[in-house]
Design a protein around this ligand. Sequence first.
Ligand SMILES: [Ca+2]
Length: 409
Amino acid sequence: MRATRRAFMMGGAALALAGCVAGGGGGGTTGGAVVVMRPVPNPGYDQWVAAFRQRAGARGISQSTLNEAFRGAGYLPGVVERDRNQTEVQRSLEDYLAITSNPTKVRDGRAALSRHRALLSEVEGRYGVPAEVVAAIWGMESNYGTRRGDIPVISATSTLAYDGRRGDFFEKQLMAALKVLQRGDVSADRMTGSWAGAMGHTQFIPTTFDAYAVDFRGDGRRDIWGDDPTDGLASAAAYLSRSGWRRGEPWGHEVRLPAGGAAVGATRSLSDWGAAGVQRTDGGRLAGGAQARLIQPAGAAGPAFLILPNFRVFLRYNNAEKYAIAAGHLSDRIGGGPELSTNFPPDQYGLTIDERRQLQAGLTAAGYDTGTPDGVLGKKTEAAIAAYERANGMPVTGQPSRGLLARLR
Ligand SMILES: [Ca+2]
């Protein structure tokens, strides 16, 4: 997907990390820019750390923990840069789904489910969260463990705590990270994550880890960082369970509305919705007293969903409706379910996602690379359109259009 792998330089070793995975599909906004992540000397930071160590000591963090934690730590200007440049693109739900539950994500999720079936069944038995839901969260957060983050958490959180834009928040994260080190879950050199301190398979920030992570096999360590995803998957399920996941209930359903429309935004029992003519697109029945809200996030021409209480549990992981729909839909797909049955309306340029994919493929075939033709038009496609227009003596707009698509066909 567009989560461009950004190169990070750390102690001479080139590492790679997908930015902001926890934001959900949130990569690509800096168009492959390389951010240097090497600690640099900073006397102000050093003074801040000295004062912080006093505060941490007063909170019960030992000198030896502090020594180990700060031995290799330092000020990371790249982290501050990332924090200042969070011009996160507001993606449409359609684009968001194209990024987070595209065919590759679904295929990888099904493979992950089958590879870890025994573990996920055991986790499901203990926490009541279905295997495909845990697998979907894994996919949303770290691309099934392939993007766990390489930035040292102590350096990242102390840099952002010192920087001060969200100083209180990151000082809390730093303090929680030290508690985790002191408890012995992980060593300081293995405690890595995203630039904002989201760690491991589950992309838990330190306070979430401290409160919810579990040691599934009881070996004494809660390890969400290593290649073995056991504790990570169990911790994701434990977090969902403690956030109120209702055993045996789905997150929601895609539905078709009756010809006369339905009360979008209202909450009623599933059986009442069924009686009002709303139908599940997968053919299942709407029955029972569970309360469901009808939403139509892309407007009257887009797909509609009945969302159940477990939808709100996804929001605890990431408080964005798009994230919750994507996590739910990806879990359905991983579990063998179909694609959404309702198409999204054309975008502001009058193009459907299939047409946007054709446009990208046409540009690439003409020698103007757009990357994977996923229908999500980002900076790369914009640049390709502009280059094509320039080379063909057209006004340079960088914008897609039906005329351009016709030319490229
Ligand atoms: Ca363990």
